[in-house]
Design a protein around this ligand. Structure first.
Ligand SMILES: *Cc1c(COP(=O)(O)O)cnc(C)c1O
Length: 392
């Protein structure tokens, strides 16, 4: 049997196309909106995505990125979009019809939450049940005869809750529904939803895949027949496509993803152990700690490490939480995640998202995206900030 290619090798070489014109070693950027069409009478499919006509249908840099993602995940096909949210819409719009029912993770990205709580029901008559998808039986109980989509976010943003993709895929398929998984928090080289039975895998490439905090992007991975619908409806006719330049940036970032994810995971585990033993910490959830409610599941599912995402809270007052953020010097108070540098955001008591999260989160908490810095430097930054606000 042929040895399976190593993920680091695939990350470097997957998808890359040779430049036969000039012999450039690095992938050129094709900043073109259109391509010459044959004039020999060959029939042209003006809305097709299999030939080069117009950059909304297909463009070389998007194709390189898509092929690299397929090579890394084993997916049959991939479509890339201008943002993670455009990729989510690229699943919800093609695969849900008026009158359909969807089961959705209660803990999910804010746009997913708003789409399913408001816009899809109000504008398109989609019925929705939000459930805690880390509880497989809750998913089973939520299924209805008209359920056409189960959408799971795992690890959940921001709690890091882990859902049993394999068990949920069986439940979805028994009801003739598709399972889509937003695996942004783990990235595509740590968790493999398609191999666990998911039909569609979604990532905000803005996060770990690009990793350098300089481009937005989103992708959908899955079987060719499903991706054909995604491309026709969401890409060509809704048009939220990725630019060639951003596709090039994201493909360049993706080369080092396996390496980065290893470092994110190692550093995050050390920082998480420090936080777990710190007297100023009220609680911490990190999938790599035995204290995480789904640690055993995480151990079985997250192959390339537990990723860099930590949720935790400190014991202080609201003012001390603000002082803590202000006192951090290496760790930046900013949204987004999965970047080379550490980022932290605070969900304060007034956040309208808190009621959707498990009990322990409802007093407020931090979402901490651990970067590639040395663990001891991050720990020193946190310790010094806790001392500044009088908690150590
Ligand atoms: C950030 C994020 C998104 C949205 O991605 P954008 O690139 O910001 O549009 C979707 N899902 C999850 C889990 C995210 O963290």
């Amino acid at each position: 049997m042929k040895k399976q290619a190593d993920i680091h090798t695939v990350a470097v070489h997957g998808g890359t196309r040779k430049d036969d014109t000039f012999g450039a070693v690095n992938q050129p950027i094709y900043m073109t909106s259109n391509y010459r069409i044959p004039t020999d009478g060959t029939p042209v499919d003006w809305s097709g995505t299999e030939s080069n006509i117009y950059a909304r249908n297909r463009n070389i840099n998007q194709m390189v990125l898509q092929d690299k993602l397929c090579a890394l995940t084993g997916a049959e096909d991939c479509a890339v979009f201008a943002s993670g949210v455009a990729a989510l819409a690229g699943v919800f719009i093609p695969f849900l019809n008026s009158g359909d029912h969807a089961v959705v993770s209660e803990v999910c990205y804010s746009a997913t939450n708003l789409l399913f709580r408001k816009y899809l029901p109000e504008k398109y008559n989609i019925e929705v049940t939000f459930v805690d998808t880390t509880d497989t039986e809750a998913v089973r109980a939520a299924m209805r005869p008209n359920t056409r989509l189960v959408h799971v976010e795992t690890p959940g943003n921001p709690t890091t809750g882990i859902s049993d993709i394999e068990a949920i895929s069986k439940i979805a398929h028994a009801s003739n529904a598709l399972l889509s998984v937003d695996a942004t928090f783990a990235g595509p080289v740590s968790l493999f939803p398609l191999k666990l039975g998911a039909d569609l895998e979604i990532h905000s490439m803005t996060k770990y895949i690009n990793g350098h905090g300089d481009s937005l992007g989103g992708c959908i991975l899955g079987k060719k027949e499903l991706l054909a619908q995604v491309k026709e409806i969401a890409m060509v006719n809704f048009g939220g496509i990725l630019s060639p330049f951003n596709a090039w940036l994201v493909a360049r970032g993706l080369v080092t993803l396996p390496l980065r994810m290893k470092q994110h995971s190692e550093v995050a585990l050390e920082v998480a152990k420090f936080l777990a033993n710190c007297p100023a910490v009220r609680f911490i959830w990190y999938p790599g700690l035995a204290s995480h409610p789904q640690h055993e599941r995480a151990k079985a599912l997250l192959h390339g490490g537990y990723s860099g995402m930590i949720a935790f809270d400190i014991k202080g007052t609201e003012k001390q939480h603000q002082q803590f953020l202000d006192a951090l010097t290496l760790i930046t108070h900013a949204v987004s995640l999965g970047d080379v540098e550490s980022l932290i955001v605070y969900y304060d008591k007034n956040s309208d998202k808190l009621p959707h999260y498990p009990e322990i989160f409802r007093e407020g908490f931090f979402r901490f995206s651990v970067g590639l810095e040395a663990a001891e430097d991050l720990i020193a930054d946190i310790e010094a900030a806790l001392k500044t606000c009088g908690l150590l």
